[in-house]
Design a protein around this ligand. Sequence first.
Ligand code: ACO
Length: 353
Amino acid sequence: MPHSKIAGMGFYVPEQIVTNKDLEKVMDTTDEWIRERTGIEERRYAKKHEETATTMGVQAANIAIERAGLTNKDIDFIIFATLSPDYYFPGCGVLLQREMGMNGIGALDIRNQCSGFIYALSIADQFIKSGMYKNILIVGSEFHSCGLDFTTRGRNVTVIFGDGAGAAVIQATEEEGKGILTTHLHADGKFAEELAYYNPGSHGGVFLKDKPERQSNYGEEPEFGGIFMTNEMVDDGQIYPTMNGRYVFKWAVEKFPEVIHEALTKTGNVVDDIDMLIPHQANLRISQLVQMNLGIENDRVYNNIQKYGNTTAASIPIALCEAWEKGKIKDGDLVCLAAFGSGFTWGSALIRW
Ligand code: ACO
């Protein structure tokens, strides 16, 4: 039975560097606060009106396909993970397909936020194991800076996020013991609103009934029809993401180790067998606590949130690709990917390189 491996990877980050000092100019924050709480020093922002989640995804995908020794015509299927798509619909998968001239093949968008890349990897792995496809392009891309609140009101969320994209070609292989060994996916929708971007949406307040502080004033409404969006909601900043930071922190530091252990147990490995851990770049403090909990030394964990901020679905492929480019991942290494994020969703993957 075929299984899958990563045949090529690429990442793209926009040119524009925005430092913590730059953010100090637009909101009441400090470089010291941001570094201390998140480890972030700077992030990249995409060029407005020129770049999108799709165009950044294309840049990363071109590199991944070339490194896999393939051309666009060899790709059988596309999986695109993002929470900041170009359009509400259709998804970025079809836009990327059009841009890359891969017309006719299937394109799937997934909405699993910080766990998006691991969900994409797992879906690709299953398609390949079933024999349905041989080469699947998976992409994680985010254009966060177009949807954040750059006033002091939004500082707890805005300072954390950055823009960028990562991509990988997942390919069928018959090579024993190499490639994707296992993937594990989880979710708990109880916590959906703890880290969410829920307006505009069709909820109309339904799922926020027990959270009066998040309920919107929809004003005078017709009996049916209309959009659940008012000028007041825009003025109140209800069009921006909300995050219960402490809650996210608490759950992340519990679920990361749990799901890593799940993958190790499934494959008969132990923490000492991991050569490189690539945690989703949520927050450096979260990564450090997870590392401490597992008892892994610094040279077996790769973090780059300091330079790029949290790029959600793009953070794992960017970090994985950068670690590989720096020679930190070698043939035969056991690589562990792990993520936790909005939903809540979480997951892990073990790959024998
Ligand atoms: N600059 C300066 N002060 C700030 C900022 C900021 N950017 N943001 C919040 N503050 C202030 C708050 O207003 C508050 O002030 P107050 O005491 O006068 O009310 C004070 O700092 C403390 O605020 P808290 O929200 O309680 O700060 P906390 O210590 O929890 O740190 C943080 C906030 C960094 C968000 C933390 O909760 C955290 O790391 N949570 C994890 C969230 C995370 O990593 N999210 C990533 C996205 S999800 C994912 O990828 C898994």
